[in-house]
Structures are given as C-alpha cells and as structure tokens.
Write a protein that binds this ligand. Sequence first.
Ligand SMILES: Nc1ncnc2c1ncn2[C@@H]1O[C@H](COP(=O)(O)OP(=O)(O)O)[C@@H](O)[C@H]1O
Ligand SMILES: Nc1ccn([C@H]2C[C@H](O)[C@@H](COP(=O)(O)OP(=O)(O)O)O2)c(=O)n1
Length: 691
Amino acid sequence: MFSTEFLDLPPLASAGGTVTLPGSKSISNRVLLLAALSGGTTTVHDLLDSDDTRVMLDALQALGCGVRRNGAQVQIDGLDGRLGVPGAKLFLGNAGTAMRPLTAALAVLGGDFELSGVPRMHERPIGDLVDALRQLGCRIDYLGNEGYPPLRLGRPALALDAPIRVRGDVSSQFLTALLMALPLAAMHGSPATGTGASSPPPEGAPRDIVIEVVGELISKPYIEITLKLLARFGIDVQREGWQRFTIPAGARYRSPGRIHVEADASSASYFIALGALAARTSGSNGLKIQGVGADSIQGDIRFIDAARLMGAQVTGGPNWLEVSRGAWPLKAIDLDCNHIPDAAMTLAVMALYADGTSTLRNIASWRVKETDRLAAMAAELRKLGATVEEGADFLRVTPPASVSHWKAAAVHTYDDHRVAMCFSLAAFNPAGLPVRVLDPKCVGKTFPDYFEALFSVTAPQPDAVPVLCIDGPTASGKGTLAAAVAERLGYHLLDSGALYRLSGLAARRAGLEPEATHADAIAALARKLPVRFTADHRVLLAGEDVTDLIRSEQAGMDASRVSALPAVRTALVALQHSCRTLPGLVADGRDMGTVIFPGARLKVYLTASAAHRAERRHKQLISKGFSTTMESLRADLEARDARDSSRSVAPLKPAQDALLLDNSDLTVDQSVDLVLSWWQDKQPFGAVPHD
Ligand SMILES: Nc1ncnc2c1ncn2[C@@H]1O[C@H](COP(=O)(O)OP(=O)(O)O)[C@@H](O)[C@H]1O
Ligand SMILES: Nc1ccn([C@H]2C[C@H](O)[C@@H](COP(=O)(O)OP(=O)(O)O)O2)c(=O)n1
C-alpha cells in the first residue's frame, strides 16, 4: 500500500495481463458458514485471507468440521445441520462477520456453547440479535455486560408458529444471521424443544418459517447477497417485497460442491473501465480480471452493462471477465445509475474519454457516502479540464474540449477510497499529463494494494516513468538521501553501487582479482548476478543475505575497482534500466545522471567535504561493528574518489544539468526537504497542499 502524502501517476498508455482482485470479506464468511451447515464437502475457491476468515475457519474446526486449506482454496466437510461439539468454547477475535451468524446458528441448534472475543468485541453490541433469537425460543445468557458478548448459548425451545419479527432499520446483519440460522429449524421440522446439536432433533411436522421485517429494511443489496448464497446452498427463500421472507418447510442445506468467493464488484469497475479506455499493451492478450464474473451476485456487477453502453467489450466466465476497447472514443451516455451507486462513480471518469456530454442520473445517494461524492467528483473532474454540471441528484460531464484543454491535477480524495481509485484512470489522458492522487492510502478501506494492482497491468507512455538521480562521491550521503526521497514519493530505489559491490564480491568468490585481465569473466558474472532486493531492504546474492558483507570498506574498494572495467559497466546497464518501473525511480550512484538515465527529470550531484565524509563513514562503520580509523578511512575515500573520477568510462562527475548540493552543513532532513522541493518545482501540479 502507498502511505505517501501523494502518489504521482505518470501518463499511462496501455493495459494488458491479468489482475486478481481480493475476495469479498462478507461473502467469504457467509460461504464458510453455509458450507459447514451443509451436507457433503464444499471446495471454496478464492477465499479472502484475513483475520476474520481465519477466525471463522478456526471456529468451524472447533465445531467439528473438517477444514483443509491449500492457499486460497479451502475444503470444508459440512456437518449437515448437526454443527457442534457440545460445550465448545469459541474465540472469535474481533470478527463481527463470525460472531453474529454463529450466534444465530448455534443458538437455533443449541448445545451449550460459549462465544467470546477480544476486549473490543465485548464492546460491540449484539442485543438486537439476541432479543430476536430469544423471541423465537433460543436460550442466550450474557456472561459479561448485558447486550454484549461474551455469550453462553443453551438448548432452545423453538416457537416457530408465529412469524418472527426482526427490526430492519438497525443492521441488515441481524436479518442475514436469522436467514442463515432458521433453515436449520426448517430442516428438521420445528421441534417444540431443542435436543442439542450432537443428536438430530426429532422430526416434527415440517412447516414454513416466516420472518417479518419491522420498519424499512436498510442495506437491501446485502440481504440480496445472503438470499443468493442461500439459493446456491439449496435454500430458496420466498420473499414478498422486503417485508416478509418465508423459508419453505423441509428446506435443507445442500453443498454446491464448489463455490468461488467473488471479489468486490465495485472494485472490478476500475479495471473494467481500464480495459475499455486503454489501448492493448502490445504482446498481451488484453486485460483479464480474476475474481468476479458476469453472473456475480453483487448488484454493482451491472456496471458491465453501463460500460458496454460506453463502448467496452466485455466477455467472461464464472469467475473472470475479459475487457477490451470497443468504441473509441467512448460513447457518451445518459443513464439512471440508481442500481449501481458505487460503481457509477467510475462512469463519471470514463465520461472524460467520451464523444460528448454524459449524464448520470438518480445518484442523490452519493451525497451521503464517505463524503459528498457528487460535489467531490464535480470539483475534481473540473480540475482535469472537464465541464461539469452538478445537480441535486445528477452529474453532467463534458470532456475537455481538446487535448490542450486537459490540465495536470492534484486530485483531492476526501478520505474516500472510491474517489482515489476512479481518478487513477485520468492518467490515460491524451495530453500525456501525470495525475497526482493525494492521500493514496485511503484505498486501504477495500483494496489496499489497488495501485500496485493497477501498475501490474498498465504500461506507461514511452519514457514517462520519472527518474530522479543522485550521484556523488562516497559517503556524501547519497544512499541515505535517495532512500528517504524514494520513500516520500513512493518510488522504487536503485542503489547502483550495490550492483558493483555485488559484482566485486562475485568476482572474489570466483577467485578473480578485480582487474583488467579478468574483465570479461567478471562482466559475465555481472550480467547474470543472481541478486534480489527484498522489501525489508536486504540484499540477497544467490539466496544468501550479503547486505552487511558488501558494506565493508574492502567490498567498497573492490567495487570501485570492478567499476573501472568498461565490460562490467556495460554488463550492468540492462539491469539498471529494468529498474525504471511505475510509478517512478530514485537512482543513486556515480553515473546515473551522466550515462544511465541521461534524460532524468532531476539530477542532483551530492558532495560534502572529505573531512565530513570520513567522519560520517567512520560513525557508520563503527555502529555496524567494523573497526577502522578516521585516517585510514579518509585515505581510502580520497583514493576511491580519485579512481572513480579519473577512470575512462563513466567517470564520477556532475551531469551538465545537475543541481549541486553540498550537504556538509545540512542535516539529512534538510537535504531531503531541499531535494523534494526541487522535485516539486519540476512537476506541473504547483505546491503540495497542506490540509
Ligand atoms: N546530510 C547529512 N548529514 C549528516 N550525516 C549524513 C548526511 N547524509 C548522510 N549522512 C550519514 O553519512 C553516512 C553515509 O551516508 P550514505 O548514505 O551511506 O552515503 P553514500 O551512499 O553516499 O556512500 C550515513 O551514516 C548517513 O547517516
Ligand atoms: N553508478 C555507480 C555506482 C557505484 N560505482 C562504483 C564506484 C564506487 O566506489 C563503488 C561503490 O559504490 P557505492 O555507491 O556503494 O559506494 P559508497 O556508498 O558511495 O561508498 O561502485 C560506480 O562506478 N557507478
């Protein structure tokens, strides 16, 4: 996830490859419980791996289910409505999606269970659900505070003759919990008294079980998901409006055999839009979205129809979609979007690429979401150069009049994940302008790795990935400065010196003195360096952690010697160029600005006096446990400076267009801020806004 203050998206050109969307949390835990209640084995594909799903799996295991996990695939041996090792104590962490449905299912089955969680779980109310369950004869005791977990569930005496009444205006989760639990009673008829979960209840006369919703039902799409999942597991609930639900007598949970957990359909909308508006990356077979298919049970999947109206070509199977550009430019639309409120925001950004004015209607609900999304979308679309009319419940978007009317914008995201994800699509603008997304971490609410996923299936315009070079002599602070700047911008980091250090080490290990007679042999090693830089800043050579080994002064001297060999330098060029990937690169070394990235947007030549550098290196080495003296260090670094500056190929020197920075009297933070302000001056966005 990008936790930077802003993320600059370079202009993007094309899309291709496969993106796998994360599974939906609420569907994951519903499916697990339904699989456990059914007869037979269910293979669950693409289960979300999160704290909440782990808690549910542990609980089901404790209740006697067979659970076999294999990556994102889990097999559940269902208990055919006989869920329960009587007396089981279940610890449910902080997983509300486990606590509520398990409370309902186990209270209906009965069998002396205890359900508890972390302290925070014991502060989350469950009284409304407990009241509804007690009303139908379940025995539930509070073990701590009234209205909150932990709970003890006893044996019920179910009274199912009269309709069960549940409030619909508090949380749809209570209704979901009852809808999943009551088929257990229908399955065995409706016993007058429960008999515990370990032995099957006696057959009573099967009868319909009716639930009546009191008050207006909120979050209907979630109830719809519950109903559709119940149908997949053999329970066809009959619904009269959103007021009355009937579970038919004799209903019985049946495993569908295999089931895919869908990804969040609203998240899919960004990639459907991407396929519709991006050219196809050459050599790719178009854009494939894994995790959700056209027959999704989520309402927002109808976004596909809207995208098709605008020109998208969408095909798909049970759990995937393939999208490519059809009409281009996209076709303007006039659409009632009431049925796809979240995904419709994506249409507003697609409208930037349409052949006329698009109108999205019946979207008043946007005003009461994470932010006033109508106002937010209008304001940010205008920043990009669109003409926007904002009505009480509609948005009318006219694209920028021509390529030159597009503007580079810093998009404010209002702590709203969907605003951030939508506007990433503006990076395909025909003007080749970058787009700045402020506070990109807001995507964490539903899709923490959204930008990583986007970058994995998009290609930038030629030479659009920005590079910031920091060159200079040893111990000037290049590595420190480059790492800090990369972190603040969310960019990749190339420590080119490490490549020479690794080449020197590889040469030594092959018994080759780092000198001209072995140039070709060392170059051959350098070309195939089995190097890996890990996320926690370790350097691995053929799997061995050599991070500290290559930092010794000896390794630095060897690096300086191999780096003077032209064949070695040539051998490392391709590897260095391959580091220039989305969203950008900070490169540190000796010849980054002069040879490797001559077109870099900003080049900094960093120096400090020899005395300062020797002192810094001394402190650094001592702190790492190397023993050395200031005198020898200063002599070494002056020798290294002389060799690095006088070699015939790519000598150490400032690029003509480099900005010089002597940081002898600056702190690290001062240097970082200065370089970032220089970087900022090179961008088309103006000053970084501070809220
Ligand atoms: N501006 C600075 N002021 C004081 N110390 C610094 C500064 N920049 C870097 N240092 C320290 O100097 C040492 C050498 O820095 P490093 O980044 O390893 O240099 P280089 O990559 O140029 O060899 C590190 O211990 C670092 O913390
Ligand atoms: N782009 C580069 C980077 C490093 N080198 C050479 C020259 C340096 O003396 C060695 C080691 O570089 P490194 O940046 O790791 O060394 P310092 O941290 O500055 O001491 O590699 C180079 O020739 N070209």
